[in-house]
Design a protein around this ligand. Structure first.
Ligand code: ADP
Length: 445
């Protein structure tokens, strides 16, 4: 019960009902008060008109201040015709000459008028009429139709029922997607990953559901990578460790002589293990943003040229034509030069790695609206469209078995480190590639 009361549907329903009751009551009370006011004004105007009519009738029949018997008789007649009470006073207003209100009950809301009686230019008396604003019992009173058309309590009740119904419909409509989403969220939290939030309801709810769906998809992907990473790491570590162990065991058992060649093989395995640990360290440093950037103003052309020079020997050894495209203008930027060298080196070493002998690799830079763009283009094996968005992910390698067999290969963290470093500089990194045609990696600073 408590859960139901604190639920969104009930809360919305309750709020809508409260709001509509408040609005309807305000309209009803406001409408009644306004009608009452205009009716009162109407009544007063009507009473005034009646008073003047009576005064006119009196004026046409009474000739002097003193009332004759016939005139008194006439006033009695008027009192019967006009159902309201009136008094007739002498001209100075102090002497009461006729009172039709003798036996009438007191008015609850008295309202009176003074109308002077003027005959041939002389003031001969006053008529004072008396009304009760709380009553309107004239049979010929034209306002009676108005009075009867007061705001109807039945209409109010009808509107109230309608608003309760509409409140329920609205509350249901608004809360349905929330309830459905919460059920799906429970499923997801419980490990049922295939389910997705229904994208329905208000625009904010749709937005929220889409965002959560994207989060779940991303979470699934991350989880996949995590599993893959554990597999890769175990494999990467086990292979050199097993090989090392068997070699050392063999030397200790005297099966393998401790020659320079055998020691060199052990050294290569240890070196590979060290590089692997180094890569992991660099990755956690870069991704955890635990590094400090030593920003300084650098002429980027020279910096990229230095990287190019560093790779000339290696590319020649592999039979790859490495070129450097210089910009026409000096390109200065505020960067950490060591980190930029690290990023460009990673791109160039990958390009050389994934380009066959006889291929070519071009490194270059140029100024653009978004800063300086540095790129490395090769005509190597390229990357398929499907893999393209994944190459910047940690431990992602396009061809896993091939990389493992290659002792000089990385563990698929070079580009994710480069990405973290570029982002730390406020830039973005990207790639364009086509299988068999080559790849172009670039970033802006
Ligand atoms: P690794 O340490 O394995 O080189 P990287 O993060 O540097 O990892 O690269 C990730 C993957 O992207 C590589 O395994 C490779 O398959 C692919 N890749 C990177 N650069 C290129 C390139 N120039 N041409 C083709 N594939 C590339």
């Amino acid at each position: 019960m408590r859960r139901f009361i604190s639920g969104t549907r009930f809360m919305l329903f309750f709020s809508f009902v409260c709001l509509s009751v408040f609005l309807l009551s305000a309209m009803y009370i406001g409408g009644s008060a306004a009608k009452e006011r205009s009716l009162l004004e109407y009544r007063k105007q009507y009473y005034k008109d009646q008073s003047h009519k009576l005064a006119y009738a009196v004026q046409t029949h009474i000739r002097s201040e003193r009332l004759s018997k016939d005139e008194i008789q006439l006033l009695h007649h008027f009192s019967a015709v006009y159902t309201f009470a009136f008094r007739y006073y002498a001209a100075d207003g102090s002497i009461l000459l006729f009172d039709s209100a003798d036996n009438r009950p007191l008015a609850a809301e008295p309202y009176d008028f003074d109308v002077p009686i003027i005959v041939e230019g002389n003031l001969i008396g006053y008529i004072k009429t008396y009304f009760d604003l709380s009553r309107h019992d004239f049979s010929y009173y034209p306002g009676s139709t108005m009075e009867s058309s007061r705001p109807n309590a039945y209409i109010f009740a009808g509107l109230l029922i309608l608003s309760v119904f509409l409140s329920f419909v609205m509350a249901k409509k608004l809360s349905n997607p929330i309830i459905a989403s919460s059920k799906v969220a429970d499923h997801i939290a419980g490990g049922i990953r295939g389910t997705r939030m229904p994208v329905t309801g208000t625009s904010e709810m749709k937005q929220l559901a889409s965002t959560i769906n994207a989060l779940v998809t991303e979470f699934d992907r991350q989880e996949g990578w995590r599993k893959q990473m554990m597999q890769d790491l175990t494999h990467e570590l086990r292979t050199p460790l097993t090989s090392l162990l068997s070699r050392i065991d063999a030397i200790l058992d005297g099966i393998l002589p401790a020659t320079e060649e055998n020691m060199h093989k052990i050294h290569t395995e240890i070196d590979r293990l060290c590089r692997l640990v180094d890569d992991l360290e660099k990755l956690s440093e870069a991704e955890g943003a635990r590094f400090e950037l030593n920003i300084e103003q650098v002429e980027m052309t020279q910096l990229v040229k230095d990287v190019y020079d560093g790779f000339l020997f290696m590319s020649k050894g592999k039979g790859i034509h490495l070129t450097f495209r210089k910009p026409h203008v000096p390109c200065y930027a505020e960067v950490d030069p060591d980190r930029i060298i690290q990023i460009v080196s990673n791109m160039v070493s990958n390009a050389i790695k994934y380009t066959q002998a006889g291929g070519s690799v071009e490194i270059g830079l140029y100024p653009a609206d978004i800063g300086i763009i540095i790129y490395c283009q090769d005509n190597g094996i390229g990357i398929s469209k499907k893999e393209l968005s994944l190459v910047f992910n940690r431990f992602y390698r396009v061809d896993k078995s091939r990389r493992r067999k290659n002792a000089s290969g990385g563990i698929g963290v070079g580009l994710s480190i480069a990405k973290a470093l570029v982002e730390a500089h406020g830039g973005t990194i990207g790639v364009e590639s086509a299988p068999g045609k080559g790849s172009k990696f670039y970033f802006n600073i």
